[in-house]
Write a protein that binds this ligand. Structure first.
Ligand code: ACO
Length: 359
């Protein structure tokens, strides 16, 4: 980020560059700092399903030291202790739970899972096996209230991590779909992208659900959503499935959420460039300020867009924030950094605080 910034400004504009960089860092800290502070005010119990991993343990150490959460480390006890010793980690205050030592709990969970899934093809025999899998065990801890939130997904692909969560915890009452959001810190303000992780090819109606859910989570981060429904066309300039679907989603979303600022369908540069909007589409609700919330027509588009920014754009990213689960479960991106894990824990804690407030 810094390199591309330097390249854009000749040396006499150094002050301006410096100012912009400061502003960017300032905003980054502001967004996450608020979440970190709020987490610290009322820490919650967070289960790490993959505690036999250095990065997870390192993140748990910081979380404990910063009093962001009470970590529960799920995994093979001997392996976790080995790692703690090898890397000299301070994790005395964290609880280690080895599902293999928890016969009574596994039996209780097996019956609970069986009750939930017996009409979906699950036998009690298979249920007993499943609850020994850490993602199921961890989800069960959250489901039964023994823990407030679950963090997983660092070492496995997203679909196999989210499935237990969908089966055990499921979607919040009144919602049809969960979806994933990424926050991209860029230049002057954070941008919110959805759906970046879950729904492969949402219909127009599903996009409307995703828009409502995303708007709520943008507010969770203390921002006012300005929503653009993205396509490869601007306001009817092309035909095809995606323009038709996103146009329809925009129309329905404006009806369903009259208080939200929503427009589309539009191309990504139109959404972000107010000069372009004012010159060519002055009728747009977004012409004044442009969008800060981008709704993608497919998982492919959303996922590829944020990953490109992450790798090439030098943008700071936070996520994926899993939105719409009945209880807080957050699934890391494969190979997340320690810092990303800590941010996710703070988000999960604040999510849990909000969850409890609702009940
Ligand atoms: N919201 C809420 N519930 C859902 C959703 C959703 N979006 N999708 C599926 N479900 C429910 C199903 O209805 C089902 O419920 P039921 O079993 O009680 O009837 C349950 O979840 C499990 O569904 P399955 O049929 O086992 O799973 P499905 O084949 O529907 O797959 C999944 C769901 C795993 C989310 C799938 O859509 C998927 O693979 N999505 C893409 C994930 C991915 O690869 N993301 C990109 C990488 S992520 C990253 O880069 C960080």
């Amino acid at each position: 980020a810094m390199d591309s910034g330097v390249a854009r400004y000749p040396i006499q504009n150094w002050d301006r560059y410096h100012h912009e960089l400061q502003a960017r860092i300032g905003i980054d800290q502001k967004l996450m700092n608020r979440v970190l502070t709020q987490a610290r005010n009322n820490p919650k119990t967070v289960v790490f399903a993959e505690a036999d991993n250095y990065k997870i343990l390192k993140a748990a150490e910081t979380v404990l030291e910063q009093k962001l959460a009470y970590p529960v480390l799920l995994g093979e006890r001997a392996r976790i202790q080995e790692l703690i010793e090898e890397f000299n980690l301070e994790l005395e205050g964290a609880k280690i739970i080895d599902p293999r030592e928890e016969e009574a709990k596994c039996e209780k969970y097996a019956h609970l899972l069986y009750e939930k899934r017996k009409r979906k093809g699950l036998t009690l025999f298979d249920s007993r096996k499943l609850v020994r899998v850490r993602n199921y065990f961890g989800c069960m801890m959250v489901e039964t209230g023994e823990a407030d939130a679950l963090i997983s997904g660092l070492t496995r692909d997203y679909s196999s991590t989210i499935k237990p969560a969908l089966q055990v915890i499921g979607v919040e009452e009144g919602l049809n779909k969960v979806a994933g959001m990424y926050i991209i810190q860029n230049k002057k303000e954070p941008y919110f992208f959805a759906d970046t992780t879950v729904n492969l090819m949402p219909t127009a109606e599903e996009l409307v659900d995703i828009i409502g859910l995303t708007a709520r989570y943008v507010k969770f981060f203390d921002r006012e959503p300005r929503i653009a429904v993205l396509s490869y066309s601007n306001f009817g300039s092309s035909s095809g499935q995606i323009p038709t679907k996103t146009r329809e989603a925009t129309r329905l979303a404006k009806q369903r959420y009259p208080d939200l600022l929503i427009d589309g369908e539009m191309q990504a540069n139109t959404a972000l460039n107010t000069d372009l909007l004012r010159e060519h589409y002055p009728f747009s609700e977004l012409a004044n300020q442009g969008a800060n919330t981008l709704i993608f027509p497919s998982l492919a588009a959303g996922n590829i867009a944020y990953k490109l920014l992450q790798e090439m754009g030098g943008a700071e990213t936070i996520g994926p924030v899993l939105m719409g689960m009945r209880k807080p479960v957050h699934i890391l991106q494969l190979g997340s950094s320690v810092r990303e894990i800590i941010n996710m824990v703070a988000i999960a804690v604040v999510d849990a605080q909000t969850c409890r407030a609702k009940q």
